[in-house]
Structure formats: C-alpha cells, structure tokens
Design a binder for this molecule. Structure first.
Ligand SMILES: [Zn+2]
Length: 99
C-alpha cells in the first residue's frame, strides 16, 4: 500500500469521488479519510432521560480507491518508490518530487 497517515488523498470512486481529505489511519490496505465515506451511526442514550443521537463517522475505504495528492504539483497521482542511499523514497510519478 502506498498511503500513510497524514496523507492528502483524492477519492477515485464511491459517493465521495473527486473529493479530497486527510488520511486518519491506514492499515491492511484500507484507509480512513477525514470527512469522507461517512456513515450515520445511531448512539443509544447512555443516561436516563436523554435521547439517542446520530453521529457521522468515516468508514474505511480500500486504498486502491484513493490517490495521493502530490504536495509539489497538487495533482492526484500514482506513486513509485526509489532508493536513495539506505532510504526508500516515495515519489510522485507525474513530477518526480519526493512525497
Ligand atoms: Zn507531483
């Protein structure tokens, strides 16, 4: 997987296609993106006399449905990896800038 926490991504499919957001967590090929792919969850009242409420929570989407937005050229892009010394550098395939 090419995405990690803190990345700016653009959704490529689903109801939020074309929208961008920040990756909140990334694991097992899936990412949770702030404000995207929201689902309504109903919370039960925890105290007597209070009513339950609905909250919107982001649901994990498959990482292949999200593209990284390059910090340099600001485009949704695919990424590659190259070795620089002992470091593995992720770079933008459009402008070659490290990301
Ligand atoms: Zn770029």
């Amino acid at each position: 997987m090419n995405l990690k926490k803190g990345d700016q991504i653009k959704m490529l499919s689903g109801k939020d296609r074309g929208k961008t957001g920040l990756v909140l967590s990334a694991r097992e090929g899936k990412v949770v993106v702030e404000g995207l792919n929201l689902v309504k969850k109903r919370k039960r009242p925890t105290q007597q006399g209070k009513t339950g409420e609905t909250v919107l929570l982001p649901r994990a989407v498959d990482a292949s449905n999200a593209a990284l937005v390059c910090k340099n050229c600001k485009k949704a892009t695919r990424v590659g990896f190259r070795a620089e010394g002992s470091l593995k550098i992720r770079y933008c395939k459009k402008c070659e800038a490290p990301n």
